[in-house]
Write a protein that binds this ligand. Structure first.
Ligand SMILES: C[S@@+](CC[C@H](N)C(=O)[O-])C[C@H]1O[C@@H](n2cnc3c(N)ncnc32)[C@H](O)[C@@H]1O
Length: 309
């Protein structure tokens, strides 16, 4: 039985997300910790909670029953949220929360293959009811694709060499469990690799298997149209790439990867976007929070308000 997920930066999330009565979206409902606190603190709030993980939805639905018809939940990835919103009547959002990454329930369940410390099948899907597992994806992956995944989603050094080793193992059906992956990383490293390297590889494969980058990109595209003027979006990212992309998109930078660096005009910050940034600097957990909940360690919170026009 896995422990309940402890909501990260809870007081900070509420301080930005509370925005009066209206409809709120929790796009990453998880165990419903942030959702429960918001509904308790904001009596006029109604909440649509979405998650791609059916087990998370079942748990959160039970946890939030006391709020009656103020809560609705839906099985949806970020890409599917706009259809859910339309289905629910098309009301514009007063607030939206994206608490990216994994819940403790997912990490601690060995059958999900998420934790690089636990023994289990190499699955890594947030939604076990859809798509192919990491083991299945690896079995058909080419070296180059794998190297790009390791580099882009895990900042893994020596990605090409490791990808060659992993592709060879996978093609012989020897990458079916978390232990086999750990051992293959160690062999390619020439001895026991640092746990950080294991963590980077697991993270990269998880982002790939769940197509997380494309899903986040979709959300960043539909968000401006989904919030009412004055509506607030709060994001919590757990790795640099995601945080950078959120910052870039919501600050109004239009180009994702410029072909070449253009000279910056002093004092000229992109301001043409629909968002006003509420967090002047990224918000991170206090030492007390990380001592109590080490999984909060890399959390990076940002908040933005939809401009009036
Ligand atoms: C960190 S947990 C959220 C915890 C929650 N805030 C709480 O207080 O219990 C992240 C959740 O978001 C879900 N998730 C992550 N990426 C998603 C995506 N692209 N679409 C839908 N759900 C996603 C995961 O399945 C997981 O349950």
């Amino acid at each position: 039985m896995s422990a309940r997920h402890e909501p990260v930066l809870l007081a900070e999330v509420l301080s930005f997300l509370r925005n009066g009565p209206g409809l709120y979206l929790d796009a990453t409902l998880g165990d419903g910790g942030h959702a429960e606190a918001l509904l308790a603190a904001e009596p006029g709030a109604r909440l649509l909670g979405c998650d791609r993980d059916p087990a998370a939805l079942a748990f959160a639905r039970g946890r939030l029953t006391g709020f009656g018809d103020r809560v609705a939940v839906a099985h949806a990835t970020f890409r599917e949220v706009p259809a859910v919103l339309i289905e629910a009547g098309g009301e514009k959002l007063t607030g939206a929360l994206f608490d990216l990454g994994l819940s403790s329930r997912q990490i601690d369940d060995p059958s999900r293959g998420m934790g690089f410390m636990t023994a289990g099948p190499l699955d890594l899907r947030m939604d076990p009811s859809r798509g192919r597992t990491a083991a299945e994806r690896l079995a058909g992956a080419g070296e180059e694709e794998l190297a790009a995944v390791l580099r882009e989603h895990g900042d893994v050094t020596g990605a090409a060499r490791l990808a060659r080793a992993l592709a060879a193992e996978a093609s012989h059906g020897r990458l079916r469990t978390t232990a086999q992956l750990r051992e293959a990383i160690d062999r390619a490293h020439g001895g026991r690799a640092h746990p950080r390297r294991h963590a980077q590889v697991f993270q990269a494969l998880r982002i790939w298997v769940n197509d997380e980058a494309a899903d986040l990109e979709a959300a960043l595209q539909w968000l401006p149209g989904a919030l009412r003027p004055g509506g607030v979006v709060v994001t919590i990212a757990f790795h640099g790439g995601e945080d950078r992309r959120i910052k870039q998109a919501l600050r109004g930078a239009r180009v994702m990867r410029p072909a070449r660096r253009l000279p910056e005009i002093p004092g000229e910050r992109p301001s043409e976007g629909p968002w006003e940034e509420l967090t002047r600097r990224v918000v991170t957990p206090s030492p007390a929070e990380t001592a109590r909940n080490p999984r909060a360690r890399s959390a990076r919170l940002r908040a933005f308000r939809r401009k009036q026009s």
